[in-house]
Design a protein around this ligand. Structure first.
Ligand code: ATP
Ligand code: MG
Length: 293
Protein backbone atom coordinates (compact mmCIF):
# COMPACT_ATOMS: atom_id res chain seq x y z
CA UNK A 1 0.00 0.00 0.00
CA UNK A 2 1.32 3.45 -0.80
CA UNK A 3 1.75 5.89 2.05
CA UNK A 4 1.21 9.42 1.04
CA UNK A 5 -1.06 12.30 1.96
CA UNK A 6 -2.95 14.32 -0.62
CA UNK A 7 -1.44 17.84 -0.71
CA UNK A 8 -4.48 19.26 -2.48
CA UNK A 9 -6.45 18.87 0.77
CA UNK A 10 -4.11 21.35 2.41
CA UNK A 11 -3.88 23.84 -0.41
CA UNK A 12 -5.61 27.04 0.64
CA UNK A 13 -8.63 27.75 -1.52
CA UNK A 14 -10.78 30.25 0.28
CA UNK A 15 -11.31 27.91 3.23
CA UNK A 16 -10.63 29.33 6.68
CA UNK A 17 -7.44 28.08 8.33
CA UNK A 18 -8.45 25.13 10.47
CA UNK A 19 -7.55 24.65 14.11
CA UNK A 20 -4.29 22.64 14.12
CA UNK A 21 -4.97 21.22 17.59
CA UNK A 22 -8.20 19.65 16.35
CA UNK A 23 -6.54 18.08 13.31
CA UNK A 24 -6.84 14.31 13.42
CA UNK A 25 -4.02 12.61 11.48
CA UNK A 26 -5.77 9.24 11.64
CA UNK A 27 -8.80 10.67 9.84
CA UNK A 28 -6.68 11.43 6.78
CA UNK A 29 -5.81 8.21 5.00
CA UNK A 30 -2.27 7.81 3.74
CA UNK A 31 -0.39 9.17 6.71
CA UNK A 32 -1.75 7.87 9.95
CA UNK A 33 1.28 7.17 12.09
CA UNK A 34 5.01 7.81 12.43
CA UNK A 35 5.97 4.66 10.58
CA UNK A 36 3.95 5.60 7.51
CA UNK A 37 5.34 9.13 7.73
CA UNK A 38 8.92 7.83 7.74
CA UNK A 39 8.28 5.74 4.64
CA UNK A 40 6.56 8.66 2.94
CA UNK A 41 9.48 10.98 3.72
CA UNK A 42 12.03 8.47 2.40
CA UNK A 43 10.10 7.91 -0.80
CA UNK A 44 9.75 11.64 -1.42
CA UNK A 45 13.41 12.36 -0.70
CA UNK A 46 14.35 9.77 -3.32
CA UNK A 47 11.98 11.35 -5.82
CA UNK A 48 13.32 14.85 -5.08
CA UNK A 49 16.93 13.69 -5.50
CA UNK A 50 16.08 12.36 -8.92
CA UNK A 51 14.21 15.50 -10.00
CA UNK A 52 16.87 17.77 -8.53
CA UNK A 53 19.55 16.24 -10.74
CA UNK A 54 17.46 17.01 -13.80
CA UNK A 55 16.51 20.53 -12.63
CA UNK A 56 20.20 21.31 -12.14
CA UNK A 57 21.24 19.88 -15.50
CA UNK A 58 18.37 21.62 -17.27
CA UNK A 59 19.52 24.95 -15.79
CA UNK A 60 16.42 26.86 -16.87
CA UNK A 61 14.07 27.04 -13.90
CA UNK A 62 14.18 27.11 -10.11
CA UNK A 63 11.92 26.13 -7.23
CA UNK A 64 11.30 28.36 -4.23
CA UNK A 65 9.73 27.09 -1.01
CA UNK A 66 8.63 29.88 1.33
CA UNK A 67 8.28 28.77 4.96
CA UNK A 68 6.32 30.88 7.40
CA UNK A 69 5.29 30.02 10.96
CA UNK A 70 4.98 31.15 14.54
CA UNK A 71 8.05 30.47 16.72
CA UNK A 72 8.79 26.81 17.54
CA UNK A 73 6.49 25.53 14.81
CA UNK A 74 9.35 23.47 13.35
CA UNK A 75 10.73 25.43 10.39
CA UNK A 76 14.32 24.37 11.12
CA UNK A 77 13.34 20.70 11.41
CA UNK A 78 11.51 20.84 8.09
CA UNK A 79 14.56 22.30 6.38
CA UNK A 80 16.85 19.71 7.93
CA UNK A 81 14.73 16.62 7.34
CA UNK A 82 13.06 17.43 4.05
CA UNK A 83 16.22 18.62 2.28
CA UNK A 84 18.29 15.72 3.56
CA UNK A 85 19.85 13.78 0.73
CA UNK A 86 19.64 16.58 -1.81
CA UNK A 87 22.84 17.76 -3.44
CA UNK A 88 23.94 20.81 -1.39
CA UNK A 89 25.32 22.41 -4.57
CA UNK A 90 21.82 22.62 -5.93
CA UNK A 91 20.14 24.06 -2.86
CA UNK A 92 20.11 27.47 -1.16
CA UNK A 93 18.57 28.29 2.22
CA UNK A 94 18.15 31.83 3.37
CA UNK A 95 16.82 33.03 6.75
CA UNK A 96 15.31 36.49 6.85
CA UNK A 97 15.86 38.24 10.19
CA UNK A 98 15.22 41.81 11.29
CA UNK A 99 16.22 43.97 8.31
CA UNK A 100 19.57 45.77 8.40
CA UNK A 101 19.82 49.57 8.11
CA UNK A 102 20.67 49.16 4.42
CA UNK A 103 17.71 46.87 3.83
CA UNK A 104 15.37 49.28 5.60
CA UNK A 105 16.52 51.99 3.23
CA UNK A 106 15.00 50.05 0.32
CA UNK A 107 11.55 48.77 -0.50
CA UNK A 108 10.56 45.57 1.32
CA UNK A 109 11.12 43.29 -1.69
CA UNK A 110 14.67 44.46 -2.40
CA UNK A 111 16.41 42.02 -0.05
CA UNK A 112 14.03 39.23 -1.05
CA UNK A 113 14.54 39.42 -4.80
CA UNK A 114 18.30 39.14 -4.43
CA UNK A 115 17.88 35.76 -2.70
CA UNK A 116 15.55 34.09 -5.18
CA UNK A 117 17.22 30.79 -6.18
CA UNK A 118 19.34 30.72 -9.31
CA UNK A 119 18.25 28.68 -12.32
CA UNK A 120 18.62 24.99 -11.64
CA UNK A 121 18.41 25.41 -7.85
CA UNK A 122 15.96 24.68 -5.09
CA UNK A 123 15.71 27.57 -2.64
CA UNK A 124 14.12 27.79 0.77
CA UNK A 125 13.15 31.01 2.49
CA UNK A 126 13.07 30.63 6.25
CA UNK A 127 10.70 33.60 6.76
CA UNK A 128 10.33 35.97 3.83
CA UNK A 129 8.60 39.10 2.51
CA UNK A 130 5.54 37.86 4.41
CA UNK A 131 7.16 39.22 7.58
CA UNK A 132 6.32 42.62 6.07
CA UNK A 133 2.62 41.86 6.39
CA UNK A 134 2.97 39.98 9.72
CA UNK A 135 5.44 41.21 12.35
CA UNK A 136 5.61 44.61 10.65
CA UNK A 137 1.82 44.85 10.79
CA UNK A 138 1.34 43.46 14.29
CA UNK A 139 3.85 45.92 15.75
CA UNK A 140 3.05 48.87 13.50
CA UNK A 141 6.66 49.18 12.23
CA UNK A 142 5.37 50.25 8.83
CA UNK A 143 4.14 53.58 10.21
CA UNK A 144 7.70 54.88 10.42
CA UNK A 145 8.06 54.62 6.62
CA UNK A 146 4.48 55.26 5.53
CA UNK A 147 2.98 57.90 7.82
CA UNK A 148 0.76 59.06 4.96
CA UNK A 149 -1.10 55.73 5.11
CA UNK A 150 -1.92 55.74 8.82
CA UNK A 151 -5.45 56.98 8.20
CA UNK A 152 -5.95 54.55 5.30
CA UNK A 153 -4.71 51.31 6.74
CA UNK A 154 -6.99 48.94 4.84
CA UNK A 155 -5.93 50.47 1.53
CA UNK A 156 -2.27 50.23 2.56
CA UNK A 157 -2.50 46.47 3.20
CA UNK A 158 -4.57 45.92 0.09
CA UNK A 159 -1.80 47.54 -1.92
CA UNK A 160 0.95 45.58 -0.22
CA UNK A 161 -0.83 42.27 -0.83
CA UNK A 162 -1.20 43.24 -4.47
CA UNK A 163 2.51 44.04 -4.65
CA UNK A 164 3.30 40.59 -3.26
CA UNK A 165 0.97 38.89 -5.75
CA UNK A 166 2.56 40.85 -8.61
CA UNK A 167 6.08 40.01 -7.41
CA UNK A 168 5.31 36.29 -7.15
CA UNK A 169 3.64 36.32 -10.56
CA UNK A 170 6.73 37.99 -11.98
CA UNK A 171 8.86 35.18 -10.51
CA UNK A 172 6.54 32.48 -11.83
CA UNK A 173 6.57 34.00 -15.31
CA UNK A 174 10.35 34.10 -15.26
CA UNK A 175 10.98 30.48 -14.39
CA UNK A 176 10.72 30.30 -10.59
CA UNK A 177 8.06 27.94 -9.25
CA UNK A 178 6.83 29.40 -5.96
CA UNK A 179 5.15 27.39 -3.20
CA UNK A 180 4.31 28.73 0.23
CA UNK A 181 3.87 26.74 3.41
CA UNK A 182 2.35 27.99 6.64
CA UNK A 183 3.33 25.59 9.41
CA UNK A 184 0.24 25.94 11.53
CA UNK A 185 1.01 25.14 15.16
CA UNK A 186 -1.52 25.53 17.99
CA UNK A 187 -0.99 27.90 20.92
CA UNK A 188 -0.99 24.95 23.30
CA UNK A 189 1.65 23.05 21.39
CA UNK A 190 3.84 26.16 21.23
CA UNK A 191 3.62 26.38 25.02
CA UNK A 192 4.77 22.74 25.35
CA UNK A 193 7.69 23.32 23.01
CA UNK A 194 8.78 26.50 24.85
CA UNK A 195 8.59 24.64 28.18
CA UNK A 196 10.67 21.85 26.69
CA UNK A 197 13.30 24.39 25.61
CA UNK A 198 13.36 25.83 29.13
CA UNK A 199 13.60 22.47 30.87
CA UNK A 200 16.08 20.64 28.65
CA UNK A 201 19.60 22.11 29.04
CA UNK A 202 20.46 20.95 25.52
CA UNK A 203 17.62 23.08 24.20
CA UNK A 204 18.04 26.16 26.41
CA UNK A 205 19.89 27.96 23.63
CA UNK A 206 16.82 27.77 21.43
CA UNK A 207 14.72 29.79 23.86
CA UNK A 208 14.53 33.54 23.61
CA UNK A 209 12.48 35.89 25.74
CA UNK A 210 11.51 37.69 22.56
CA UNK A 211 9.62 34.54 21.49
CA UNK A 212 7.58 34.71 24.69
CA UNK A 213 6.81 38.38 24.07
CA UNK A 214 5.60 37.58 20.55
CA UNK A 215 3.39 34.84 21.97
CA UNK A 216 1.52 37.63 23.76
CA UNK A 217 0.40 38.84 20.31
CA UNK A 218 -0.90 35.42 19.29
CA UNK A 219 -4.37 36.52 18.15
CA UNK A 220 -3.06 39.49 16.18
CA UNK A 221 -0.61 37.19 14.39
CA UNK A 222 -3.29 34.62 13.58
CA UNK A 223 -5.48 37.33 12.12
CA UNK A 224 -2.57 38.77 10.11
CA UNK A 225 -1.72 35.28 8.79
CA UNK A 226 -5.33 34.62 7.88
CA UNK A 227 -5.63 37.85 5.90
CA UNK A 228 -2.25 37.48 4.22
CA UNK A 229 -2.90 33.90 3.12
CA UNK A 230 -6.34 34.74 1.86
CA UNK A 231 -5.06 37.72 -0.14
CA UNK A 232 -2.02 36.02 -1.67
CA UNK A 233 -3.10 32.43 -2.41
CA UNK A 234 -2.91 32.28 -6.21
CA UNK A 235 -2.61 29.61 -8.88
CA UNK A 236 0.96 30.59 -9.64
CA UNK A 237 2.01 30.78 -5.96
CA UNK A 238 -0.26 28.59 -3.80
CA UNK A 239 -0.35 28.48 -0.01
CA UNK A 240 -0.42 25.19 1.87
CA UNK A 241 -1.67 25.31 5.45
CA UNK A 242 0.18 22.44 7.11
CA UNK A 243 -0.95 21.18 10.54
CA UNK A 244 2.25 21.32 12.59
CA UNK A 245 1.39 19.98 16.04
CA UNK A 246 2.93 16.64 15.02
CA UNK A 247 6.40 17.19 13.59
CA UNK A 248 6.42 13.84 11.79
CA UNK A 249 3.17 14.69 10.02
CA UNK A 250 4.29 18.15 8.92
CA UNK A 251 7.63 16.86 7.58
CA UNK A 252 6.07 14.08 5.55
CA UNK A 253 3.38 16.38 4.17
CA UNK A 254 5.86 19.09 3.14
CA UNK A 255 8.04 16.46 1.47
CA UNK A 256 4.97 15.31 -0.47
CA UNK A 257 4.14 18.87 -1.53
CA UNK A 258 7.71 19.37 -2.78
CA UNK A 259 7.99 16.01 -4.52
CA UNK A 260 4.65 16.51 -6.29
CA UNK A 261 5.62 20.03 -7.35
CA UNK A 262 8.93 18.86 -8.76
CA UNK A 263 7.29 16.00 -10.61
CA UNK A 264 4.80 18.42 -12.11
CA UNK A 265 7.66 20.70 -13.20
CA UNK A 266 9.11 17.58 -14.85
CA UNK A 267 12.62 18.83 -15.59
CA UNK A 268 14.59 16.91 -18.21
CA UNK A 269 18.25 16.37 -18.97
CA UNK A 270 19.20 18.63 -21.88
CA UNK A 271 19.14 16.75 -25.17
CA UNK A 272 22.19 17.19 -27.39
CA UNK A 273 22.04 18.32 -31.00
CA UNK A 274 23.18 15.79 -33.53
CA UNK A 275 26.44 17.75 -34.11
CA UNK A 276 27.13 17.91 -30.36
CA UNK A 277 26.54 14.16 -30.13
CA UNK A 278 28.96 13.59 -33.00
CA UNK A 279 31.50 15.77 -31.18
CA UNK A 280 31.19 13.55 -28.10
CA UNK A 281 31.80 10.48 -30.26
CA UNK A 282 34.96 12.14 -31.62
CA UNK A 283 36.15 12.87 -28.08
CA UNK A 284 35.48 9.29 -27.09
CA UNK A 285 37.50 7.96 -30.04
CA UNK A 286 40.32 10.34 -29.17
CA UNK A 287 40.47 9.01 -25.61
CA UNK A 288 40.26 5.39 -26.69
CA UNK A 289 43.02 5.78 -29.24
CA UNK A 290 45.48 7.37 -26.78
CA UNK A 291 48.67 5.38 -26.68
CA UNK A 292 49.79 4.38 -23.16
CA UNK A 293 52.48 6.62 -21.58
P1 ATP B 1 14.84 30.46 15.16
O1 ATP B 1 14.30 31.17 16.34
O2 ATP B 1 14.27 29.09 14.98
O3 ATP B 1 16.32 30.48 15.06
P2 ATP B 1 13.69 32.60 13.65
O4 ATP B 1 13.24 32.65 12.21
O5 ATP B 1 12.66 32.85 14.69
O6 ATP B 1 14.37 31.20 13.85
P3 ATP B 1 15.18 34.65 14.90
O7 ATP B 1 16.54 35.19 14.68
O8 ATP B 1 14.78 34.13 16.23
O9 ATP B 1 14.90 33.57 13.78
O10 ATP B 1 14.10 35.77 14.55
C1 ATP B 1 14.12 36.52 13.43
C2 ATP B 1 13.17 37.64 13.71
O11 ATP B 1 13.25 38.59 12.66
C3 ATP B 1 11.73 37.18 13.80
O12 ATP B 1 11.17 37.59 15.02
C4 ATP B 1 11.06 37.89 12.65
O13 ATP B 1 9.74 38.24 12.92
C5 ATP B 1 11.98 39.08 12.47
N1 ATP B 1 11.86 39.65 11.13
C6 ATP B 1 12.00 39.04 9.94
N2 ATP B 1 11.73 39.90 8.93
C7 ATP B 1 11.41 41.07 9.49
C8 ATP B 1 11.03 42.33 8.97
N3 ATP B 1 10.94 42.55 7.65
N4 ATP B 1 10.80 43.32 9.83
C9 ATP B 1 10.90 43.12 11.16
N5 ATP B 1 11.24 41.96 11.72
C10 ATP B 1 11.50 40.94 10.90
MG1 MG C 1 13.12 32.82 16.79
Amino acid sequence: MSHHPDPSLFRYAGNRCFDPAAFDCAAHPGLEDKDQARKCLQKNIKCMMDQQGKLYAEDRRSLLLILQAMDAAGKDGIIKHVMEGLNPQGTEVHSFKQPSAEELDHDFLWRIHKRVPERGRIGIFNRSHYEDVLVVRVHGFWKRWHPEAIDHEAAFWGKRFRQIRDFEQHLAENGTEVIKVFLHVSKDEQKHRFLDRLEDPAKNWKFSEADLRERGFWNAYQEAYREAIEATATDHAPWYVVPADHKWYARALVSQILADTMEAMSPTYPALHIEQKARLDDCKQQLLSESGD
